[in-house]
Design a protein around this ligand. Structure first.
Ligand code: UD1
Length: 421
């Protein structure tokens, strides 16, 4: 298993480009299953999760054509099996995103249950109930979700999400795009990735209104296909590099990004003392050599502060001036990074879903272990500010969501290298 060695203490300074958004690329790839002619997706990030989704397509008999810039052309007509096997689903929860499209387009699907994962129990009941509302018959048997559309296909329905679910909204929106009649989804997720997926579906011929609000109306169409679509920039990757620069007292210009998707994050960075300047597709953050001020925040669905940026802000608070309180309301058990940061000298107390972070003057490098994707990013940030060397183990978690992380950080002056394990 590869490891990262980071020698901390360098003030980051420089410019980097942001990759396509993982959390948009995955549902958009799943949406290509709805097409009855080839669909080309561009700006895909070069990440393990994307490779897993492409491998999943391969298992189903679809051989996506990939060019050197990682544009992918998918022709779902080649599909042979309607099964997403456990070996792949267990490595990537987002595989559940193929369920809705497969039932809508091919009338049936078998997708392994993702099961528990490192950040809480994360059920998929809303995905199942949404499809049932459209007339699908679903049995959960031997660890698989087995779904069948009624004769004549799925039927449009009104469906209310008891909890805001990003991939739940995406799954049901994709299924509804090919259902008979109108579907109205209420308490839908408003995340920019939901909007990106809706725009891709619209480019494929879908009739969708309201994406980006909590009510999405979908009028099912008979066929979808024949489009080229470019994935939006990754707002979480963007935020992670901004926090890394802020924590080190440095400066960064991130390009090919979308500042409009980062409101709550930029607000907190300014509160921490950063000078933030934005253009149409770039953000510059300058900490002017200052130590950040501690910030308090509460995670919640978009447009509130994203749970996927929580761990990075704990790292920022760990060396900030003052005490910050971080409340996690989206996932249970999402503070695993805290235990690792304590080993680096951070002062953090966790009680229930609240972490109280008292900024330390210094962190000290230590061997630590990545436990999930965003937790790993927070350990990288802590390592960048710590004195001495930090060895981060299990970085396959990072490779699931950050393209070329060591190259990008090196461009900003960081001392970081990967060592094969
Ligand atoms: C997506 C993102 C993930 C992000 C999360 C919250 C992708 C591929 N992943 O995950 O990076 O952290 O949104 O912004 O886009 N829930 C249920 N029943 C369900 C579904 C969800 O109870 O059927 C609960 C979950 O346990 C959680 C909450 O709803 O507590 C939100 O989860 P959800 O938005 O579904 O997360 P994901 O879509 O899996």
């Amino acid at each position: 298993m590869d490891k990262l060695i980071i020698t901390g203490g360098v003030r980051l300074d420089g410019e980097i480009r942001i990759s396509g958004a993982k959390n948009s690329a995955l549902p958009i790839l799943a949406a290509t299953l709805l097409g009855d002619s080839p669909i080309t997706i561009c700006n895909l990030p070069h990440l393990h999760d994307i490779t897993t989704m492409i491998e999943l397509f391969g298992r189903m008999g679809i051989e996506p054509i990939i060019d050197e810039k990682l544009s992918v052309e998918v022709d779902a007509r080649a599909i042979k099996t309607l099964v997403a096997p456990y070996e792949l689903v267990k490595t990537m929860r987002a595989s559940i995103l193929v369920l809705g499209p497969m039932v809508a387009r091919f009338g049936e699907a078998e997708v392994a249950l993702p099961g528990g994962c490192a950040i809480g129990s994360r059920p998929v009941d809303l995905h199942i109930r949404g499809l049932e509302a459209m007339g699908a018959k679903i049995d959960v048997e031997a660890g698989y979700i087995k779904a069948k559309a009624p004769e004549g296909g799925l039927v449009g329905a009104n469906f209310h999400f008891d909890m805001v679910s990003v991939t739940g909204t995406e799954n049901i929106m994709m299924a509804a795009a090919l259902a008979n009649g109108r579907s109205v989804l209420t308490n839908a997720a408003r995340e920019p990735e939901v909007v990106d997926l809706a725009n891709c579906l619209i480019a494929m011929g879908a009739k969708i209104e309201g994406a980006g609000t909590d009510t999405i109306t979908i009028d099912g169409v008979k066929r979808l296909g024949g489009a080229t679509f470019s994935v939006m920039p990754d707002r979480i990757e963007t935020g992670t590099y901004l926090v890394a620069a802020a924590a080190t007292g440095g400066r960064v210009k991130v390009k090919d990004t979308d500042p409009s998707t980062l409101g709550a994050v930029l607000e907190k960075l300014e509160e921490a003392g950063a000078v933030v300047t934005c253009g149409p597709d770039w953000i510059e953050l300058d900490m002017q050599g200052k130590r950040p001020k501690a910030v308090s925040l509460v995670t919640a669905p978009y447009p509130e502060f994203p749970t996927d940026m929580q761990a990075q802000f704990i790292a920022l608070n760990a060396i900030a001036d003052g005490v910050g309180t971080i409340v996690e309301t989206v996932f249970e058990n999402r503070f695993m990074h805290v235990h690792e940061m304590l080993r680096m000298g951070a002062q953090i107390q966790v009680e229930g879903n609240t972490a109280t972070v008292t900024g330390a003057e210094r962190l000290v490098g230590a061997p630590v272990m990545a436990t999930d994707l965003r937790a790993s990013a927070s350990l990288v940030i802590a390592a960048l500010v710590a004195e001495g060397d930090t060895l981060i183990d299990r970085i396959y978690h990072i490779d699931r969501g950050y393209e070329c992380i060591e190259e990008k950080l090196q461009l900003l002056g960081a001392k970081i290298r990967r060592v094969p394990g």
